[in-house]
Design a protein around this ligand. Structure first.
Ligand code: GRF
Length: 203
């Protein structure tokens, strides 16, 4: 643990950061929450989540992946620096759109979480909402899981379901799932920091 008795949580994002906001606000609003946000890192300099973090008084860092081209290890060697400097106990991926190598993941084994917009193990990877619609599924949702070197794999810590309604577009479904992401991720993080790893199922 860090200098406070709360776990220091670093949040990694690439975009708008609505999941980061849900996580950060759940920690900042609750005095007895077991975690505190110590850092928000983006791999895209213009990510909207950076300003939202700064508004909340959370330290931010940008590690742009583009100068590194296909050299993931070199990118990650830079990415890890602010996380270590911030003394992060736990890392939450929240819309972080880079695939991480096994070497990076192993540095945070057992203390890195991800949220994915599908009911894993279904629909790992991208375009999850369109794929659920194309398959004719009647239910969809989101999952929070521990991060392992395999993409969108690792032990499930929680899932939330939504119905798929007649006429839904991928965008309709994405919005319905996102509402549940914002409920699920803070609930799972709080439990995780308290040592509870039994999956939480929300409906
Ligand atoms: C979320 O749907 C997340 O599950 C996915 O990307 C989206 C990020 O949204 N991987 P935000 O940046 O948290 O608003």
């Amino acid at each position: 643990m860090s200098r406070t008795d709360k776990a220091s949580v670093a949040i990694l994002l690439s975009g708008g950061g609505s999941n980061m906001v849900a996580l950060a606000d759940s920690m900042l609003r609750d005095e007895i929450h077991p975690g505190r946000p110590c850092l928000v890192v983006s791999n895209t300099p213009d990510a909207g989540g950076l300003a939202k973090a700064a508004e909340r008084g959370i330290a931010t860092a940008v590690v742009d992946h583009r100068p590194f081209g296909k050299d993931r290890e070199a990118f990650e060697a830079e990415l890890v620096k602010p996380i270590l400097e911030a003394g992060a106990d736990v890392v939450c991926l929240a819309g972080f759109m880079r695939v991480l190598t096994a070497g990076f993941v192993s540095q945070f084994e057992g203390r890195m979480l991800n949220i994915h917009p599908s009911l894993l193990p279904k629909y790992k990877g991208l375009h999850t909402h369109a794929r659920a619609l194309a398959a004719g599924d009647r239910r969809h949702g989101c999952s929070v899981h521990q991060v392992t070197p395999r993409l969108d794999d690792g032990p499930i810590l929680g899932q939330a379901e939504v119905p798929i309604l007649p006429g839904d577009t991928p965008e309709d479904l994405a919005l319905r799932v996102l509402v549940q992401e914002h409920r699920l991720y803070p609930a799972v993080l709080s439990r995780f920091l308290r040592g509870e790893t039994a999956p939480l199922y929300l409906s």
